[in-house]
Ligand binder design. Structure first.
Ligand code: ADP
Ligand code: MG
Length: 269
């Protein structure tokens, strides 16, 4: 396995679980002893806020990483959690400055590849990096996709979302051609409502249509995610037995098994 393995969350629709996936998957991977760096690439800074970091008070942020080759990793990386498992969560936070950088990147040549280049200057001691992207088809999304090994597309299980995924995939296709990259993506069904017939129907639709291009694990609706965001802590740290935690832990296991990494201290089901 290449170190680090880089994920990006992507969906131009807001409120589908991108940020929740970045945080909860990241913290689930850390429970298995993995070192995880989360990068907030959304000017709205939800990920930063969710990890109890105040965006307005930041001296340095992801903008410094994008702007300068000579940024100091120690300035921009916040060590958030250190676990007994040896796992950790670090954060490169974001704030509204990123909106200004976004305008700059979109008019500069190769702007969408800048983040990918800059990540080479980060310390090489992470197992996973997860980039949380903004809900727009913008240069920030291009940056996240270009920098990642794999794009996770969180999608709600309804037919309206199916249209949105098609639009996203067609945009990804254009990005691949424009900047000559290959995007490896997987859908992750989020906020699954077991009680409704239509959820099950659209789940079947997604499974048939995207075959191996979706995670086998799905994320159920769990109101505890709201508690976690109010307390500003990952749900898996708040309550590892909550439905939502168990779901993301299953996604983490799927990833770890697929990437042939060692599972430390936790037995597979
Ligand atoms: N599986 C889930 N069940 C219930 N609520 C969820 C779930 N996943 C996310 N949420 C909630 O939905 C809202 C939007 O999620 P978020 O991750 O911020 O979406 P995005 O980053 O795509 O805008 C948040 O309030 C979050 O707590
Ligand atoms: Mg978000």
């Amino acid at each position: 396995m290449k170190t680090p393995y880089i994920f990006a969350t992507a969906n131009q629709k807001g409120g589908v679980g991108k940020t929740t996936t970045a945080i909860t998957l990241g913290s689930s991977l850390s429970l298995f002893g993995h070192r995880v760096l989360l990068i907030d690439l959304d000017p709205q800074a939800s990920l930063t806020n969710h990890l109890a970091v105040e965006p307005e008070k930041l001296e340095y942020s992801v903008s410094n990483v994008i702007l300068s080759e000579s940024f100091q990793p120690d300035d921009v990386i916040i060590n958030k959690y250190r676990l007994k498992t040896g796992g950790c969560i670090d954060l490169i936070p974001s704030n509204i400055n990123l909106a200004r950088i976004e305008a700059e990147l979109s008019v500069s040549k190769g702007g969408g590849l800048r983040l990918k280049e800059r990540l080479k200057f980060l310390p090489n001691n992470y197992d996973y990096i997860i980039i949380d992207s903004s809900p727009a088809l913008s240069v920030l999304l291009i940056s996240a996709i270009a920098a990642s090994d794999e794009v996770i597309i969180p999608v709600m299980s309804d037919f309206l979302s199916a249209r949105g995924v098609e639009l996203l995939l067609s945009t990804i296709g254009k990005i691949e051609t424009a900047i000559n990259i290959k995007c490896n993506y997987k859908l992750l069904i989020t906020m699954f409502d077991r009680r409704t017939n239509s959820s099950w129907k659209s789940l079947d639709y997604f499974k048939n249509k995207y075959q191996s291009r979706h995670f086998n694990s799905i994320i159920n609706i769990d109101t505890r995610f709201r508690d976690a965001s109010l307390i500003r802590k990952p749900l898996t740290y708040l309550d590892a037995n909550a439905r939502g935690s168990l779901d993301y832990i299953n996604v983490a296991k799927e990833i770890i098994n697929r990437l042939h990494s060692e599972i430390k201290g936790v037995k597979d089901e």
